[in-house]
Design a protein around this ligand. Structure first.
Ligand SMILES: C[S@@+](CC[C@H](N)C(=O)[O-])C[C@H]1O[C@@H](n2cnc3c(N)ncnc32)[C@H](O)[C@@H]1O
Length: 314
């Protein structure tokens, strides 16, 4: 779960409110150099951005679609001046930035601890709040609006496809019935409803998958990644590094396939594409994903499913 302010400080803890995941590993792979420009596509609490800025006399352009991240970026701006800029946009719009020719681009997908820990944002089934879940809470459809306007078939498909929910129909039916009876308006109500639909106790809370699914759906998280990766690759200078940290298999699959294609391999390893048929544009930096060590996982359990992959543009 995300870091809370009163977590005790251990050897591998950091000073950040959101603990940046695979910080040394990701910034090590980007290997910041003086005079170069880096793009952080998921600023969050700015942990990775700060580390890049500390590592070399370089420049960082950071983006985040969450208006609250823009506020946090002001502090970094006051510290680093011209070396840091922030744009409040979706990363699928990164081609609209005035800058380009980046020496390194980083994605750290998903939500930050700031978002999860704020009950008002409605991301967590452990904190009671409105069913919002929008990363950009200034626009778009909230989780509650989605639930109010969906039907059982669509909801079941969202739960199956984005939550890998094992009983999508059962959960969808329970949610629609409660909605029609006017019984869902908060995160706690949704979480309790799902928990009561399941008698079996699982290791993870039964609402975990449904919350993930609805969040991915209303923020179009997978579509964002699909659209952003090719744009990021285009925005790299030759020899530039594209690195991405994923937290679940749906994100990682998109990254893995894109990186395979860019490095001249078939997207699907079992595909029988004749060797040399796919143009190579990059080289793999990570043959296998980099994952957090035991120390990081015990210090920040939220990091446990992280996978870092990177390629270098030819
Ligand atoms: C896991 S956090 C990043 C944490 C950050 N690396 C740090 O060290 O603090 C992910 C951030 O990416 C942002 N984000 C997710 N999807 C986005 C998108 N499509 N466009 C822009 N920002 C996005 C979220 O709002 C969130 O603040």
């Amino acid at each position: 779960m995300p870091h809370s302010d009163d977590d005790s400080i251990s050897d591998c803890s950091t000073q950040y409110g959101h603990k940046p995941v695979l910080l040394e590993e990701a910034v090590g792979i980007l290997s910041p150099s003086d005079g170069k420009t880096y793009l952080d596509c998921t600023f969050g609490g700015g942990g990775h951005t700060r580390k890049i800025l500390e590592s070399a006399n370089c420049r960082v352009v950071a983006i985040d679609r969450d208006p609250a991240a823009a506020k946090r970026a002001e502090k970094l701006k006051s510290e680093y001046g011209e070396r840091f800029d922030f744009a409040p946009i979706k990363f699928s719009d990164l081609d609209k930035l005035q800058t380009g020719g980046y020496a390194g681009i980083l994605f750290d997908f998903g939500v930050s601890s700031f978002q999860l820990d704020d009950a008002e944002r409605g991301f967590s089934f452990m904190r009671d709040g409105p069913l919002d879940m929008r990363m950009d809470n200034s626009q778009g459809t909230t989780a509650l609006e989605f639930i109010e306007n969906t039907d059982e078939a669509e909801l079941s498909e969202v739960l199956r496809g984005y939550g890998q929910e094992r009983h999508p129909r059962k959960v969808a039916r329970a949610i629609i019935a409660a909605r029609d009876a006017g019984k869902i308006s908060t995160t706690a109500e949704l979480a309790e409803l799902i928990a009561s639909a399941f008698k079996v106790r699982e290791k993870t809370h039964p609402a975990t998958r449904a919350f993930q699914a609805i969040r991915i759906k209303i923020n179009d998280e997978l579509g964002e990644i699909e659209r952003a990766l090719p744009k990021a690759f285009d925005a790299l200078e030759s020899g530039g590094v594209l690195a991405a940290i994923s937290f679940h298999s749906l994100e990682d699959r998109i990254v893995k396939r894109f990186f395979r294609r860019m490095t001249g391999r078939p997207e699907n390893p079992f595909e029988n594409a004749p060797f040399g048929n796919i143009e190579k544009h990059a080289s793999a930096i990570t043959r296998k994903p980099v994952i957090p060590g035991a120390c990081e996982i015990s210090d920040n359990p939220r990091s446990r499913s992280a996978k870092l992959r990177a390629i270098k543009k030819d």
